[in-house]
Structure formats: structure tokens, C-alpha cells
Design a protein around this ligand. Structure first.
Ligand SMILES: [Zn+2]
Length: 601
């Protein structure tokens, strides 16, 4: 903690008068107080106080000044041994030391990186996912990093429902969440309650240990993730848990005793309710930092979680898998897209080498998609007048869907339907599957663009792997099959059934890939596989030695060339959550400069 005094110099002198009047007022930027070989600096511009000099004066100042300035907040510590200035014990056991500038969290953050910050971990999983094993494993492993684990269930924020019927209970909580999101007109609202719970748990904690981790299960709306990221910034990590539908269905029916029909209903609601304040697990899942598949193999799940944690704690020797790298590259490809609704990216690889990229955007005659171009004369960078949907001011897909609906309504009008009925019919049509049609868009889909880019340069696509930031639509899927792609990897908790249904004879979903079928049979099928690992969002943060948002990684001793040890007890958090605002951290940086200046003066 940084000690501050924002009153006038006269006030400060008055408050510390019991320690004497040995003030040096001739220094630039600061007033210096000397006491028994110790020195106190007061920087007028920021109000910050720092201590220097020798013991016992330094220790006594660190003990007495906070108490004299703020008697309500600080107590005077017993300092029997302070008289021995050479005692190391004195310096280490100095209870105020954590409050002195030398060891302040801000300073450590600015210099060596910190390993004591709090962490907030959110879980997003579909209804019917047994996330208890994941939370259990996370808790055990985090304790080995010296962390206190605190678990928070989002449903505890909702008013209680007492019923023995699991279906009713789950559905009630879903509806309650919807109701609060609607009433508050804020789809992240449940996380404000979670934040309050975190504060409560922190304050209940009697020990001084700041190594708390809060595990929140489970998030259901993208705005909830947005809200937690606003509060906890990069110190918040989201883990997306994928479990295939068969397993979730089984969990709901067998473990929870819910009927087949009711289980299906819950899964449908959870996936994506049509209203904005409804549950949107699909969109939430896409925002994850880590993607985890939970199936039969507990050992796999545990090893993956261990790796995620070691990455969070700056293990410098963990490198990306090819799948993680390829998905990151697919995401990178997506950001070139100027699509009005969403950016999708894809890459194709052969023998773990990326051979093509693709994004969803408008095609250009001569091949490929439009890029923004630099005008050689003016230096202006602009899009071609028809090169993007925004330049035509409308999404042709949505426009055509509206035209279809208007056409149907107009024809019904000719058949003597009342205006009142027509209004109702129009609303029904707007919510119908007409809005899922994609074929009227001008854009080429990312997967198709990646395939076509292979064809433009004469590169065979037989036996390749295609990575896509979302699940391929049924239209792309048939072309992917025809092109001979062997494996498709995507980010999606709810694979849309159409592609899988239409082409069930050609596609083998990986999660159901069991030994029931012979290898020969599998050789003729294309594998569809849910992506697992570090998501594109955190790729640079966790794998780059320099470009991550947090502390830098060091792998060897510069002089000896030997690799450095990584110790989980002292390892800094890669993107730490620091309890100070940027203004306080800025002050600490100013203090560091002032100290150097005062020493060289
Ligand atoms: Zn598509």
C-alpha cells in the first residue's frame, strides 16, 4: 500500500510534531523529514510518502508515520528489537513493510511482476454439462499454486426455488435470469451480483493472503463476460467447456431424472433464446480464453487444466500445439473481413503447414476478396465503391429475407386475410427459419474462400485439415466434403445439426468417435472436431515472450545461457489483476523517478 497525505505542508508538520522538526524544505518536488537516521520523503504533487535511510529510524518512521497521520486505520506496532539496526529479523518482520514503497504491489507490478494478485475464472458450459469435475480439478490445482479457492454459483444470485423436480428447478433459474436481464435492461446484470459476492468473500477472508481465486459457474450471456472483463480486465479468464449433446442429454435424463422431452427443451432454451435478454450459451462460449472438452477421459481434462494454469502462471516453456496455432491464424484471417454481421476466418493446413487462409467477404473479379487499397497520389486508404457491403449500405441477405416475407404477406393479403392477422403472420415469419437463410449474401464464406484460394494456385485440398472460427454452414460443408478435406476443427458448443444430418454418411463427429466402427470405415469419413486448447484471444498473452499484455517471459540466463527455473510458488501471473487504478500505478512510477532524482541530487 502506498501511504499518502494530501493536506498542506503545515498540516503534515503539525501531525508529525511528536517526532521532531528536522525538515529539509530545500529539495525540489518534495519535503524531506529526518529522524534517527531514517528519512521520509513527501512528494507534494502526488501526496505520496516514501521512506528511506537507515534503521532504526526508517523502521520507526514506517511504523509511526501511518499511525500519526491516520490513527483510525493504523495501529502502532510493538518494536522492541528495533534498536538493533543490524538485525535482519527486524527488517523482515517489519509489519509495515508491505505498506512501504519498496514492496508496494504497484512497484512490483512495474518491475518484477507479481504472483500474489487475485484471479477470477468464469466457466461457460451448456446445460447438462457436469462441470463439477472441472471445478474440482481447478480448485485442487490452484491450491498447489498457493491459492485460496472460492466458488460462486450464479444461480445463488437468484431468488430460491424449492422443488424436487430438477426440470422445474433448472427452467425456473433460466427464466429468472431472463427476467432480471429484461427488467434491468442490462444483459450482464447477474455479474453485478457476482461482483458483490466476490467483495463479500474477500472481506470475510481473515488472513492477509491476497492469493484468492474466484471460480464462477456458469455464465450464460456474452454481456456477462463483457461486464466481468470490464471489472477484472485481463485478470478474468473464461473457460469454455464442451460436452457433446448425447452426453449432456444423458446427464440430464439419467443423473437428474428429467424426461427425454424436457431434457431436449432445456438444451434448446440454453443454446440460444431468440430474445436479446435470453440465454445465449453459444455466443458466450465463443468468448472463451480456454476451450476444454469433457468426456470420458478425466486424465485428459486434468492435464489440459494443468497446462492452462501453468500458462497463466508464466511457465516459459509451454508452446502452442499446431491446432492452437492454426486456430489463432484462422482468427487472424477473420479480422480482415468487412462483413456487416460477423467476421469469420478459416485456414487450411497440410502436414501441419498452413497452405491457405480465408475470411468472409465480397469476392472480386479476377479472384480473391477485395482489400482496402492505398491511393498512390493522395495516400488515402479506401475500399472499392462496391467492394464491401457497407459501401452498398445494406446486407443483401437480410434485404432478400425481408423481401420474401413481404412477398408472402402480400400474397396472403390478396386472399382476404385481415390486416390484424397479417401483422401476426409477419411477426411469425420474421422469427421463422427464413432468418437463418444465408444464400443471398454477397460474401463468400471463409471456408469456401480458403478452398478457392487453393484452387487459384493449383494446390490440392485432398487430405487437408480445415480450421474455422465457427461451425461450417451446411452449404460450405458439402463443398468441404467434395474437396477432400480430411478433418474440420471449429469453435462451437452446439454443432448445428443440418450439416451433420445432411451428410451423416460422410462426417464423423470426433466426440462420438468410438471404437465401435472399424478403422476402414473411419478412413472414408471426414472428422468434425471441436477445438480445444488456448483460444485465439489469449494466444499472444500466453505464448508471446514479449507481446503479451502482462509480464515478459525469460527462458535463459543471459550470462550462462542456461535455462531458468520455473517455480509455481513464485511464478508471476502473466496478466495480473492489480487492485490499483492506473492513477495509483502512475504515482508509483513517479515516486520511482523522484527517488532516483533525489539520490542523484
Ligand atoms: Zn458457410
Amino acid at each position: 500500500m502506498v501511504l499518502k497525505f494530501s493536506g498542506s505542508f503545515e498540516d503534515l508538520q503539525q501531525k508529525l510534531v511528536s517526532l521532531g522538526r528536522d525538515w529539509d524544505t530545500n529539495q525540489p518536488n518534495k519535503k524531506v523529514f529526518k529522524y534517527n537516521q531514517g528519512v521520509m520523503n513527501w512528494f507534494e504533487s502526488t501526496g505520496t510518502i516514501s521512506f528511506q535511510g537507515k534503521n532504526p529510524g526508517k523502521l520507526e518512521l514506517e511504523n509511526k508515520v501511518p499511525y500519526l497521520l491516520y490513527p483510525q486505520e493504523f495501529t502502532l506496532k510493538e518494536q522492541e528489537k528495533v534498536d538493533d539496526p543490524n538485525s535482519l529479523e527486524n527488517i523482515d518482520s517489519n509489519t509495515m513493510s508491505s505498506k512501504s514503497a519498496d514492496t508496494s504491489l504497484e512497484r512490483k507490478y512495474l518491475t518484477t511482476g507479481i504472483n500474489e494478485g487475485e484471479l477470477v475464472i468464469g466457466i461457460v458450459s451448456a446445460v447438462g454439462t457436469d462441470d463439477s469435475k472441472v471445478i474440482e480439478t481447478l480448485s485442487n490445482r490452484l491450491e498447489r499454486f498457493g491459492y485460496n479457492v472460492k466458488k460462486i454459483k450464479v444461480s445463488e444470485s437468484l431468488s430460491k426455488k424449492i422443488t424436487k423436480n430438477e426440470f422445474e428447478r433448472i427452467k425456473y433459474y433460466m427464466q429468472e435470469g431472463d427476467r432480471l436481464r429484461l427488467e434491468s435492461n442490462n444483459n450482464g446484470i447477474l455479474m453485478t451480483s457476482v461482483a458483490s459476492k466476490i467483495k463479500e468473500l474477500r472481506e470475510l477472508d481473515e488472513c492477509e493472503n491476497k492469493k484468492n481465486v474466484y471460480i464462477i459457474s456458469s455464465l450464460k450471456h456474452p454481456d456477462e463476460v463483457g461486464l466481468l472483463r470490464k471489472i477484472y480486465s485481463d485478470g478474468f479468464y473464461l473457460i469454455g467447456i464442451h460436452t457433446d449433446e448425447r452426453r449432456r442429454h444423458q446427464y440430464l435424463t439419467v443423473e437428474k431424472g428429467i424426461s427425454q422431452e424436457n431434457a431436449k427443451e432445456l438444451i434448446k432454451i440454453d443454446e440460444d433464446e431468440s430474445v436479446p435478454h435470453g440465454q445465449k450459451t453459444r455466443d458466450t462460449y465463443h468468448l472463451s480464453d480456454f476451450f476444454l472438452n469433457v468426456g470420458n477421459r478425466d486424465d485428459q481434462m486434468k492435464n489440459h487444466l494443468q497446462r492452462f494454469l501453468e500458462l497463466i502462471f508464466s511457465n516459459p516453456y509451454l508452446n502452442p500445439t499446431f491446432d492452437e496455432f492454426a486456430m489463432f491464424m484462422a482468427f487472424n484471417s477473420s479480422v480482415r473481413s468487412g462483413d456487416l454481421s460477423r467476421q469469420v476466418g478459416a485456414v487450411i493446413s497440410k502436414n501441419k503447414q498452413i497452405i491457405a487462409t480465408g475470411a468472409n467477404d465480397v469476392p472480386q473479379s479476377g479472384g480473391g476478396l477485395y482489400w482496402a487499397e492505398v491511393d498512390e497520389d493522395s495516400g488515402e486508404i479506401k475500399d472499392s465503391p462496391d467492394g464491401k457491403d457497407y459501401t452498398r449500405e445494406v446486407d443483401s441477405n437480410k434485404k432478400t429475407q425481408r423481401e420474401i416475407i413481404t412477398d408472402i404477406v402480400d400474397n396472403l393479403r390478396k386472399n382476404d386475410f385481415s390486416e390484424e392477422d397479417l401483422e401476426k403472420i409477419e411477426k411469425v415469419l420474421q422469427k421463422s427459419k427464413i432468418s437463418d437463410l444465408t444464400e443471398f449474401g454477397r460474401v463468400v464464406h471463409a471456408e469456401m474462400e480458403a478452398l478457392l484460394s487453393c484452387s487459384r494456385v493449383g494446390m490440392p485440398t485432398i487430405g487437408t485439415t480445415l480450421y474455422c472460427t465457427t461451425f461450417p454452414c451446411h452449404n460450405c460443408t458439402k463443398h468441404i466434403i467434395a474437396s477432400g478435406v480430411k478433418r474440420v476443427v471449429y469453435v462451437e458448443p452446439y454443432p448445428k445439426s443440418k450439416a451433420l444430418d445432411f451428410h451423416s454418411e460422410s462426417i464423423e463427429p470426433k466426440s462420438e468417435n468410438t471404437n465401435k466402427r472399424t478403422n476402414d470405415d473411419l478412413n472414408h469419413r471426414m472428422i468434425f472436431e471441436d477445438f480445444t486448447g488456448v483460444g485465439p484471444r489469449r494466444f499472444l498473452d500466453l505464448f508471446s515472450m514479449n507481446l503479451g499484455r502482462g509480464s515478459k517471459l525469460r527462458r535463459k540466463d543471459k550470462t550462462t545461457g542456461k535455462t531458468v527455473d520455473w517455480d509455481k510458488k513464485t511464478a508471476p501471473i502473466r496478466t495480473p489483476l492489480i487492485s490499483k487504478s492506473y492513477l495509483e500505478i502512475e504515482n508509483e512510477a513517479i515516486n520511482m523517478w523522484n527517488e532516483i532524482e533525489s539520490k542523484s541530487n
